[in-house]
Design a protein around this ligand. Structure first.
Ligand code: PLP
Length: 364
């Protein structure tokens, strides 16, 4: 791919943040973005890195009406030695194309997807925080660009990558959260778009998220769309339960997003000698297990928080407290392992890390 890089003048560059601990999550964006376009005749064309700027869209642009859109989320980590690590970005490339296929959108060659990210991250290297726990969040996305109100797949698309420095997720400590188990709303159903990373799934989840917060919970734990009987996921995280010596997570069934953190946790847990089960998991079994004490830990797993310990579930107006609202040993172990690998402090035996080659001259 021949990327056209628009030079930025010194005075066009934004001032860097001063305290990485106060960055929060994706409030600030870097100086540049990657953009390329697709049409049926030309395929993907005009890849460019230019100054981050608003898009000009016709009011009739398809994505604004019918939500034909997909995205990815991954992070770049700066190690103590100053190297820049990406964590399993090939998995994001593959998942992006699976989401694209589900949403009738064109694929991007994996190599080009990775090159778009690596080239942009290299140019924006100065934005990557060096505080452990802080990182650079990478958001690749694609949207339908035809201008029509006819309901059909677009014939033109825009692909874009933007970057945001993010602070340590656990700035206030690695504290367990409460989840609200919704048996009223559903995020996704079998045959729907639950396993695609597409904006519509998030739009569908907002109202339940509001209800969760009104009940004092941080997020929603979703049940299956057909019966509200089986546990699915948390909406931006997959979910894990420790039943005594077994680690249990819902099997991928078509309505659960196949998380890369989920996949990594499963692999690390097996290597730690834990018994691992991926299977349909009834909410009644979870509630029963919490009540009898056989569920000792619950945690979410996703790129944003990596591991998020869960201290309680709220289900049918009852609170079920897990592990005295303390962080359990398996949650902590998984967190330490992931973080250690991502920041280059634990040997990368799985070949999960992809290093971004740094260009000394680019760090303007
Ligand atoms: C992105 C996402 C996850 C987590 O996936 P990771 O690859 O681990 O970040 C889980 N659920 C949903 C709905 C998601 O969109």
């Amino acid at each position: 791919m021949k990327i056209e890089i628009h030079p930025l003048k010194k005075h066009e560059l934004k001032p860097l943040y001063t305290n990485p601990n106060e960055l929060g999550f994706c409030k600030l964006f870097t100086d540049r973005m990657f953009v390329m376009h697709y049409s049926e005749v030309d395929g993907w064309h005009n890849p460019a890195i230019k100054k981050l700027a608003p898009f000009q869209l016709e009011p009739s642009t398809i994505v604004l009406h019918y939500a034909q859109e997909i995205f990815e989320g991954l992070k770049a980590f700066r190690t103590k030695k100053g190297e820049i690590n990406l964590f399993r970005p090939e998995m994001n490339a593959k998942r992006f194309n699976r989401s694209a296929a589900r949403m009738c959108m064109p694929a991007i060659p994996e190599f080009d997807f990775l090159e778009s990210i690596e080239t942009l991250v290299r140019l924006e290297e100065r934005w990557i925080p060096s505080t452990t726990g802080a990182s650079l969040y990478i958001r690749p996305f694609m949207f339908a660009a035809d201008t029509t109100l006819g309901v059909r797949a677009s014939s033109t698309y825009t692909y874009c990558v933007i970057l945001s420095p993010v602070g340590p997720y656990y700035a206030e400590g690695f504290n367990p959260i409460s989840l609200y188990v919704s048996d009223e709303y559903t995020r996704a159903a079998r045959g729907g778009t639950g396993e695609a990373k597409t904006g519509g799934n998030y739009a569908a989840s907002l109202l339940a998220g509001r209800v969760a917060r009104e009940k004092g919970c941080a997020q929603v734990l979703w049940l299956d769309g057909a019966e509200h009987r089986f546990v699915e996921e948390v909406g931006a995280m997959n979910i894990f339960f420790v039943f005594e010596d077994r680690l249990v997570t819902p099997a991928l069934n078509g309505s659960i997003l196949p998380g890369i953190t989920r996949d990594s946790v499963l692999m690390l847990a097996r290597e730690q000698g834990l018994k691992v089960e991926e299977r349909p998991l009834p909410i009644d079994e979870v509630i029963g297990g919490i009540t009898t004490g056989s569920v000792t830990e619950i945690f979410g797993a996703g790129t944003a928080a990596s591991i998020s310990p869960v201290g309680s579930l709220r289900y049918r107006d009852q609170d079920y407290v897990v592990g005295n609202r303390k962080v359990g040993p398996i949650s902590k172990k998984m967190y330490d392992l992931l973080r250690g690998i991502q920041y280059g402090e634990i040997e990368d035996r799985h070949n999960w890390i992809r290093k971004v080659a740094l260009d000394q001259h680019a760090a303007a």
